[in-house]
Design a protein around this ligand. Structure first.
Ligand SMILES: Cc1cc2nc3c(=O)[nH]c(=O)nc-3n(C[C@H](O)[C@H](O)[C@H](O)COP(=O)(O)O)c2cc1C
Length: 232
């Protein structure tokens, strides 16, 4: 597992590039909308096979494993600088797990997209944490009743999961299921994600999970697959 770093350490490490570039001002008004719930269009979990992407919830595959993730592409932090992502790191990691286990996937999609610019996204993410927001999910929540094992992945934002992950956790019933967090990050490892997932899915059997540095995800397939297979 990649070396972990606390939220405080990450912020200190990136103080000159991250905070300054973000133009952070924790006193300013939040720029994001707070969330309630979504009554968006139906969108069943996507089976790993591409033809299943338009299936209804009723006809979803019989897989017992679901890989849920939030991931953001666009401009991101990378080793003291910036990088442009066509596909988010966590989405790549989610794909490794789903492909290896033949699992279905559900991508958490925000109604209000996060800014493409890293600095602007930092501001929104910080405001959402400060306000304990629940950003609205655009796609219908999956019917998780058929799944025994649920992986849930996200980037680390300010040491934690993006607040929209909490929207998801509060919107589904994961009681009695094995729930396995995973993250990609810029130095914070899993951050407080496993603990927070356990808080927001209190009746689930939440495991410790696995973290991969975002900039290392392209070469991490074998490591991720070996880890994920421990749960089946
Ligand atoms: C708003 C924001 C806040 C971040 N905060 C942290 C952090 O506290 N600790 C950390 O290690 N990485 C942090 N990162 C870096 C991301 O966790 C990392 O780049 C991750 O791999 C991105 O995954 P994604 O492309 O799936 O969204 C932050 C990135 C963003 C955009």
């Amino acid at each position: 597992m990649a070396r972990t770093m606390t939220r405080r350490a990450f912020c200190a490490m990136t103080a000159t590039t991250f905070l300054a570039a973000c133009g952070h001002n924790t006193q300013e008004d939040p720029t994001s909308e707070t969330a309630t719930t979504s009554d968006a269009d139906s969108n069943a979990p996507e089976a790993t096979e591409s033809e299943a992407t338009t299936e209804s919830q009723e006809s979803a595959s019989t897989s017992k494993t679901l890989v849920v993730y939030y991931s953001r592409a666009d401009e991101n932090y990378a080793d003291g600088g910036k990088e442009w992502l066509e596909v988010g790191h966590t989405k790549v990691m989610a794909g490794y797990i789903a492909e290896a286990l033949g699992a279905d996937q559900y991508e958490i999609v925000p109604v209000e997209p996060y800014p493409e610019g890293y600095d602007d996204c930092c501001d929104v993410a910080m405001a959402e944490q400060r306000d304990d927001s629940r950003p609205v999910i655009a796609n219908a929540l999956p019917d998780v009743s058929a799944y025994d094992l649920v992986f849930i992945g996200c980037p680390i934002w300010w040491g934690e999961e993006p607040m929209i992950v909490r929207t998801f956790l509060e919107g589904v019933d994961l009681s009695g299921k094995t729930v396995v967090p995973f993250t990609t990050h810029g130095g914070s490892g899993l951050g407080s994600v496993p603990r927070n997932v356990a808080t927001f899915a209190p009746s689930a059997d939440v495991r410790e999970g696995h973290a991969v540095a975002g900039t290392s995800v392209d070469g991490a397939r074998d490591e991720v697959v070996a880890w994920a297979k421990e749960y089946i």
